[in-house]
Design a protein around this ligand. Structure first.
Ligand SMILES: Cc1cc2nc3c(=O)[nH]c(=O)nc-3n(C[C@H](O)[C@H](O)[C@H](O)COP(=O)(O)OP(=O)(O)OC[C@H]3O[C@@H](n4cnc5c(N)ncnc54)[C@H](O)[C@@H]3O)c2cc1C
Length: 406
C-alpha cells in the first residue's frame, strides 16, 4: 500500500472533531496547538537533553492567557473550568511533557490557593500568576513516600506565624517556582486532622532545592527540597490551622488526577502521532512498501489509538462532570472514584502506547528523539502519587464495599 500517493479525499473516513476535542473548546485547543508547535516542541529537546527548566514555554503559556485557567474571570483568570484545564494539558503534552507537568502542578496550586485562600491572598497572588509567576506543590516526603496525605513534617506556631521544618522528596519546579504550597502538620491544631498548607515564597531564608536527574520529564526540576527553620507569616497560611485534608479531597486530588491524566494521554497521543508519521514516510526499497503499508503495523497503530481514545473519553466525561458539580455548588470529591480510574488507566496506557509507538518507529524510534522522549516522560505517570498500585487498591476496596483508606 502506497500511503503517500494522492488519494481521492471522498474515500477517506473523517474522524469527527468531537472525538478529539471537547465540543466548545475547539478554539482553545487550536491556540494550545499553536503554542505547542511554535514554542513547546522546539524547546522540548533542550529541556530533555540538558535538564533545562522550560521557563520560555511556561511564559508563552501565561502570555496566551493560560496562567490561571480555572480561576474565575473576576479574579483575572480564564474561568475555563476543569474542561478547559483538561483540553489544554492534553494538547500541551503532545509537544512537551516537562512543560505540561509543571503547568499541571502550577494549575493545581493556583486552584488550591483560590479555593482555600482568603480574598486578600487571592488578590496578592493571582495577578502575579496571570503574568507568569509559577506555583508548585511541596507535598511528598521521604518518610511517607507517595502517601502524601500522611506527611510527618511540622510547623509549630512561632510569633506571628509558623516555623517550618520539612524534607520534601520530589517537588516539580523545585528551586524554580515563585511560590510553593507546602503541606505540613500543625502540632497545635485542635482538629483530628493536623494537616496545614503554608505558602513559601521564592527567596525565603532556609529553603534549599536539589537537582533532578531522572529518566524522563527531565526539564521539570522535580528534585528534593529542604525547608529548614523557614518562618512563614500567618498571612501565608492557606485555610485553617489543621484540617487541610479537606482541601486535598476537594481540590488537590481532583486537579492533580485530572491534569496529570490529561498529560499522560497527551504524551501517548504525541507518541503515536509521531510514529504514524514516521511509518508513512519510511519506504523499504526491496518491498516497495512503507512501514505503514504492513498490516501488522497498522493493527498496532489502531490498538494504540483505541487505548488513547478510551482514556480521552474518560478524561472528557470526568472533566465535564467536575464542571457540572462545581456549577451546582457541589464539592469535587463526589468525582474521586472516576478520577482514580481515569488516572490509573491513563498512566497504564501511556506505557503501553509509547512502547507500541517505539516498536512501530523501529530503530529510528530507539534513537534519541520525540518517540523515546515520550516513552521516558510517560513512565512517570504510574509512580506519581497516588501511585497506580495505591489507586487500584482504593478502587478494589470500593468495589467490595469496604473503606478505601485504612
Ligand atoms: C516526575 C515526578 C514529579 C513529582 N512531582 C511532585 C510534586 O510536585 N509534589 C509532590 O509532592 N510530589 C511529587 N512527586 C512525588 C510523587 O507524587 C510520589 O510521591 C513519588 O513518585 C513516589 O515515590 P516514592 O519512592 O516515595 O514511592 P513509595 O511510596 O516508596 O512507593 C514505592 C512503591 O511502593 C508502592 N506502594 C506505595 N504505597 C503502597 C501501598 N499502600 N500499597 C501498595 N503499594 C504501595 C508504590 O506504588 C511504588 O511501586 C513527583 C514524582 C515524580 C517522579
Amino acid at each position: 500500500m502506497a500511503v503517500d500517493k494522492a488519494i481521492d479525499d471522498s474515500l477517506l473516513m473523517k474522524i469527527p472533531a468531537w472525538w478529539n476535542c471537547l465540543p466548545g473548546f475547539e478554539q482553545m485547543h487550536a491556540e494550545a496547538k499553536l503554542i505547542g508547535e511554535q514554542v513547546l516542541r522546539p524547546n522540548a529537546d533542550i529541556s530533555d537533553r540538558e535538564g533545562v527548566y522550560p521557563r520560555v514555554s511556561l511564559q508563552a503559556i501565561a502570555d496566551a492567557g493560560f496562567g490561571a485557567v480555572t480561576v474565575p474571570e473576576e479574579y483575572g483568570g480564564l474561568g475555563a473550568g476543569c474542561s478547559g484545564f483538561a483540553v489544554l494539558a492534553e494538547t500541551f503534552a503532545q509537544y512537551c511533557g516537562s512543560t505540561t507537568m509543571v503547568w499541571v502542578m502550577h494549575t493545581a496550586a493556583v486552584q488550591t490557593l483560590f479555593m482555600a485562600g482568603s480574598h486578600e491572598q487571592r488578590l496578592r497572588f493571582i495577578p502575579k500568576v496571570v503574568r507568569g509567576a509559577v506555583g508548585g506543590l511541596a507535598f511528598s516526603e521521604p518518610a511517607t513516600g507517595s502517601h502524601f496525605w500522611n506527611v510527618v513534617s511540622k510547623a509549630p506556631r512561632s510569633g506571628e506565624g509558623y516555623m517550618l521544618n520539612a524534607d520534601k522528596s520530589f517537588v516539580t519546579s523545585a528551586g524554580e517556582a515563585d511560590w510553593y504550597i507546602v503541606e505540613t502538620n500543625s502540632p497545635e491544631s485542635a482538629k483530628a486532622d493536623k494537616l496545614m498548607f503554608l505558602i513559601v515564597e521564592k527567596g525565603q531564608d532556609g529553603v534549599e532545592a536539589f537537582p533532578f536527574d531522572a529518566l524522563g520529564l527531565r526539564g521539570n526540576n522535580s528534585g528534593p527540597m529542604k525547608f529548614k527553620d523557614v518562618f512563614v507569616p500567618a498571612s501565608n497560611r492557606l485555610g485553617e490551622e489543621g484540617g487541610a485534608g479537606y482541601w486535598n479531597d476537594i481540590v488537590i486530588d481532583p486537579f492533580f488526577l485530572l491534569g496529570s491524566s490529561a498529560c499522560w494521554i497527551g504524551i501517548a497521543q504525541g507518541a503515536i502521532s509521531a510514529a504514524v508519521e514516521q511509518a508513512k514516510r519510511k519506504v523499504h526499497a526491496d518491498t516497495g512498501k512503507s512501514v505503514a503499508g504492513y498490516q501488522v503495523i497498522r493493527h498496532e497503530m489502531a490498538k494504540a489509538q483505541i487505548l488513547v481514545d478510551s482514556a480521552r473519553s474518560m478524561l472528557y466525561r470526568v472533566a465535564d462532570k467536575l464542571d457540572q458539580a462545581a456549577l451546582k455548588g457541589e464539592t469535587l470529591d463526589s468525582c474521586l472514584y472516576p478520577l482514580w480510574e481515569l488516572k490509573t488507566h491513563a498512566a497504564d496506557i501511556v506505557i503501553d502506547v509509547t512502547n507500541k509507538a517505539l516498536q512501530i518507529s523501529g530503530g529510528r524510534g530507539y534513537l534519541r528523539g520525540n518517540v523515546e522522549r515520550f516513552m521516558r516522560d510517560g513512565r512517570a505517570g504510574a509512580i506519581m502519587g497516588p501511585t497506580n498500585e495505591v489507586l487500584r487498591e482504593w478502587i478494589g476496596r470500593t468495589l467490595i464495599g469496604v473503606p478505601w483508606l485504612e
